[in-house]
Design a protein around this ligand. Structure first.
Ligand SMILES: [Zn+2]
Length: 141
């Protein structure tokens, strides 16, 4: 990883996740709400499944490994990562689509569809109280 790449962090217990579905701790990972009837997964809270209409959900851990399915090279600043960067849709090993940035590419133009990635977290700044905010992305394997 170059100096220009996003800074990976060891996640302290007092860090704040940038989204509710990012679980921090010793083994950071994503958690989705999975419909117990049809298996559809959602990262946001749902009253009912958009696919089958049922209302029962279970929380499931999302696999860390992923494959790059679609991407765009972005030339607009974002907190905690150098510009330009790769905004992507990845498919995790358990078939879940996740929108995230690809981390660890020396040149964003090196991104290729189908490349293998792994879940990772990075610091995206401090809030007014000095608490570190943590975001997630996928690093090239
Ligand atoms: Zn469903």
């Amino acid at each position: 990883m170059s100096e220009e790449s996003a800074r990976e962090v060891s996640v302290a217990s007092d860090c704040l996740p940038i989204v509710d579905y990012l679980q921090l701790g010793e083994d950071p990972h994503l958690v989705a709400n999975e419909c117990t009837n049809c298996g559809a997964r959602y990262f946001d809270r749902r009253n009912a499944c958009a696919k089958c209409g049922k209302v029962e959900f279970a929380q499931v851990r999302i696999a860390d490994e992923a494959v790059l399915k679609a991407f765009s090279v972005v030339h607009r600043a974002a907190p905690g990562i150098p510009v330009p960067y790769v905004s992507a849709i990845v498919e995790t090993g358990d078939g879940t689509s996740v929108r995230a940035n690809v981390l660890g590419l020396a040149d964003p133009m090196d991104a290729n569809l189908g490349m293998h990635l792994r879940f990772s977290v990075y610091s995206c700044g401090l809030d007014d109280n000095g608490t570190e905010c943590v975001a997630f992305g996928y690093t090239v394997v």
